[in-house]
Ligand binder design. Structure first.
Ligand code: SF4
Ligand code: MG
Length: 326
């Protein structure tokens, strides 16, 4: 099929006890998200911290309980009674984390770290595993000899290469990258971004790139989903999002990219704080910060998606036919 990952109506709500109210409330970290990812494509999931991006990643890997919705990956159910066991899921999806320091076991050699998943899945003889590790190290630009060394002997950038090698060793079809370069020195970010792009093409893997940094998303993504307060507010192809953003939030994010290519754009300041997912504002959740908000934005359920073009949609009352503000 031409869909690798499909997410339908995903909700991840975390209960929190509020003593002064004497009752339990729900943080609606993810509140009704639909996503699809095709084989070999990079989908950039972008939004400010706290918008629910990482909760989506955790839900995909079965790391947090899902409140509602359905997730299918590579023909397997990840939710519901027929869900695939975690060990089997690991062969379809892997994750690269933000902090390469804390995500490698300091007591294991690089060879042990990389061959561990192969051993766990009963793949290959010892010598076959060793040659797979050497091949994988080569793919991330490291010498085979590093297999006998320990994580602390490497720089942040090298460690992130090793994390990428570990994520790819089982040849998953999907790699989820949660802020893959934001903990790294600015000077080495481009190398890691280019490595991920090269491996995506070479191995045909799909990437779900989670980032607050629209500059990184612009370099890596084929399609983009913009998230605000637990919901997707705009999705589209790279060209639609970066040349014709339709949602005021996307427009504000793009105009704030510190990239010389975009100096012609008028910088819009995105004022105000992100409201709490515990008590989202009524109407369009973006209304307290939106420079274009009008009465209708402050009440009701909030705008539904409007189809702007093929594979491009956004949730804003201004996009709906017959709205005089357009
Ligand atoms: Fe702004 Fe209203 Fe559109 Fe929300 S619906 S983005 S508040 S104009
Ligand atoms: Mg996060």
């Amino acid at each position: 099929s031409d869909v690798l990952l499909s997410v339908e109506g995903l909700k991840v709500h975390y209960p929190v006890w509020q003593g002064w109210r004497g009752k339990s409330m729900a943080v609606k970290a993810v509140d009704g998200v639909d996503l699809t990812l095709r084989p070999g494509e990079c989908l950039g999931l972008v939004g400010e911290s706290g918008c629910g991006k990482s909760s989506i990643a955790q839900a995909l890997l079965g790391l947090v309980p899902i409140t509602a919705g359905r997730i299918r990956l590579d023909g397997h159910e990840i939710t519901g009674p027929a869900k695939v066991p975690p060990l089997q899921l690991a062969r379809s999806a892997q994750m690269v984390f933000q902090d390469p320091m804390s995500s490698l076991n300091p007591r294991q050699t690089i060879g042990e770290i990389l061959s561990g998943p192969l051993r766990l899945h009963g793949m290959g003889s010892r010598s076959e595993r060793e040659s797979r590790v050497a091949e994988m190290l080569g793919m991330v630009g490291m010498a085979p000899a590093v297999a006998s060394r320990y994580p602390h002997e490497f720089s942040g950038g090298q460690r992130q290469r090793l994390c990428i090698a570990r994520a790819l060793i089982l040849r998953p079809k999907l790699v989820i990258c949660d802020e893959p370069v934001s903990a790294l020195d600015v000077s080495i970010r481009a190398q890691i971004i280019n490595l991920l792009l090269e491996l995506k093409v070479r191995l045909g893997i799909a990437l779900l790139l989670i980032s607050h940094d629209l500059g990184v998303v612009e370099h890596m993504s084929d399609r983009i989903a913009v998230m605000y307060l637990g919901r997707i507010v705009e999705t589209g192809g790279w060209r639609q999002i970066f040349t014709a953003p339709s949602h005021p939030y996307t427009q504000a994010l793009i105009s704030a990219i510190p990239d010389p290519m975009h100096r012609d754009r008028v910088p819009a300041r995105l004022g105000g704080e992100i409201p709490s997912a515990l008590a989202p504002p009524p109407g369009c959740a973006f209304n307290p910060r939106c420079p274009l908000a009008f009465d209708r934005c402050r009440a009701g359920e909030g705008p539904a998606f409007t189809h702007i073009g093929p594979d491009h949609q956004a949730r804003c009352h201004l996009l709906q036919a017959g709205t005089s503000h357009v």
